[in-house]
Design a protein around this ligand. Sequence first.
Ligand code: PGA
Length: 255
Amino acid sequence: MSTPRPFLAANWKLNPTTLVEAVDLARAVAQTAGDRVGQVELALFPPFPWLLSVAGTLQAKGIGLGAQDCYWEPGGAYTGEVSAAMLSSLCEWVIVGHSERRQHFCETDETVNRKAAAALSAGLKVIICVGERAEQFDAGETETVVESQLRAALRGLDRDLIPGRVVVAYEPVWAIGTGRNADPGHAGRTMELAHTVVTSESGASVRMLYGGSVKGDNVASYVGLAACDGCLVGGASLDSEEFSRMIEAVVEVGA
Ligand code: PGA
């Protein structure tokens, strides 16, 4: 199920707070990544206002660029929104359904699906995030939650576009930003289930990422799993040295 080149996606969230810091961080990542992009696919997901300013640096190094969210309507009276269509002239990727959007911004399975569909028709590649909350994990509901989120997110998407343009990130909510990364056994079983669900829903197979407190010293335990093609990294991706350690650890797994 794994692809030859593992994928590390860096979700900067609402960071860094200034343009200067954002440009510096992108430069530092591009510099430390060096020639590793031949062995590891990298993509950075800064906040909207920093996209344009970091694009050149990343493109020169073969590092991908994406946004953290999008709106499904291409334009119109939707104050504050940024459409998938607008993003398509700035970057190649977009994340939809991140648990922080579900939790703080009323994202639902239905809006995640609309955003994924809009992203694909705008020509973007999309990372669809799914994952159970702590109480669902404790109640043994992980598989049910992940299956229903995934089926809802994929509903009606163009089957021909799914294999090359959709990536799924399994991110247990209780592992995000907590330092409590999921046991690789749990993550692996859930990603295997997610692969099965994607195939049954769309007839396609997609790349699968794990996310949730991934760092240099644990990234290999996920990327080494048969069902896992890479990681979606939050907090640790804001430190270029730590991110570089992750890149090296991932290269090591593939070596
Ligand atoms: P974290 O975030 O690595 O800080 O846990 C992951 C994510 O939210 O994608």
